[in-house]
Design a protein around this ligand. Structure first.
Ligand SMILES: NC(=O)c1ccc[n+]([C@@H]2O[C@H](COP(=O)([O-])OP(=O)(O)OC[C@H]3O[C@@H](n4cnc5c(N)ncnc54)[C@H](OP(=O)(O)O)[C@@H]3O)[C@@H](O)[C@H]2O)c1
Length: 288
């Protein structure tokens, strides 16, 4: 099956079919809506079918095409069903975003329950593997396309108290590179995004002070918005990124570039000098 030729304008996915695994809320839901606005029909999967249906309903209310499917990404049959649904409902699959995550609450490594650790690895590593395992033949059968996996800045460097999450996201980065190499010469591109702090329900529930601290930890001194991730995923799934594969894209306000400490200590005067004390701490910036 031949992929539709490079659509122009602000609908770079016109005529395409995209799948989002982990689409019931947050970044997955916002990206599903962004896919639809870019012209794609969208298949949404997550465990909470009611929540996923309501995301699909809101996409249809905006004039898009969307269908919701109850999905557990750690289950092979369920992941395969999600792909089959795209083929049965819309006749093809051009793009997939593997976004689901689950796992233990933050704790020092020795305090993590082994079953909770397994849950994190099951959804992040096995879920991304299974997603790609069934998406790849469907995308190749549709004439080629793109997959984007969801990692985190925490998959690129250590983060205290997040052993399962860091291991899972680092695993996703590795899986992405292997898949990109395996299919680079067959018209299938595979990339991974690595966000820093993004304002979704978790950070919202953590409260304003947690949001302020998370923002100040980035060089841009703010947290990101889900749509800033969605825009990058849509670009990576469109022909506008046609020579990009196997890449890790941090979306993190500069966090991965290195440190931008709240205060700089100049060479010369001893730390704690009156001159240093006069330096203002950075201001927290509201997201656009
Ligand atoms: N928010 C951030 O600051 C941030 C930063 C870096 C990376 N990320 C990554 O971005 C992704 C989205 O995060 P988020 O903040 O939007 O919120 P989230 O609540 O963590 O989103 C997770 C999504 O995955 C789904 N999910 C969980 N287990 C699943 C399973 N077994 N099968 C299918 N779907 C499953 C959830 O839906 P159900 O519960 O309905 O299944 C939900 O839709 C995650 O991979 C996260 O690690 C987020």
């Amino acid at each position: 099956m031949t992929a539709p030729t490079s659509p122009a304008g602000d609908r770079p996915l016109e005529g395409r079919v995209a799948l989002v695994a982990g689409a019931s809320r947050g970044i997955g839901a916002v990206t599903a809506a962004a896919f639809a606005r870019a012209g794609a029909a969208v298949v949404l999967g997550a465990r909470d079918l009611e929540a996923t249906r309501s995301v699909a309903d809101s996409i249809r209310a905006e004039g898009g095409r969307a269908v919701a499917v109850a999905t557990d990404v750690g289950d092979a049959g369920s992941s395969e069903r999600l792909v089959r649904c795209a083929l049965e409902e819309f006749g093809r699959l051009d793009a997939a975003f593997n976004n689901a995550t689950d796992g233990p609450l933050p704790a020092p490594l020795a305090d993590i329950d082994p079953d909770d650790f397994d849950r994190g690895i099951r959804v992040n590593v096995r879920g991304t593997f299974l997603g790609m395992k069934y998406q790849i033949p469907a995308i190749l059968g549709s004439g080629g396309g793109a997959i984007v996996n969801m990692a985190s800045i925490a998959g690129l460097q250590g983060t205290a108290n997040l052993a399962a999450y860091v291991a899972g996201k680092a695993g996703i980065v590795g899986l992405t590179k292997v898949a990109a190499l395996d299919y680079a010469d067959q018209g299938l591109r595979v990339n991974v995004v690595a966000p820093g702090p993004i304002l979704t329900h978790r950070l919202r529930e953590a409260g304003e002070e947690a949001q302020r601290m998370a923002g100040l930890a980035t060089p841009m001194r703010r947290v990101g918005q889900a749509r800033e991730v969605a825009d990058a995923v849509v670009w990576l799934c469109s022909d506008r990124s046609s020579f990009v594969t196997g890449t890790v894209l941090p979306i993190d306000g500069g966090q991965y570039a290195g440190n931008k400490p709240p205060r700089m200590y100049r060479q010369g005067p001893p730390q704690g000098s009156p001159r240093e004390a006069r330096q203002e701490p950075p201001a927290y910036r509201r997201s656009p």
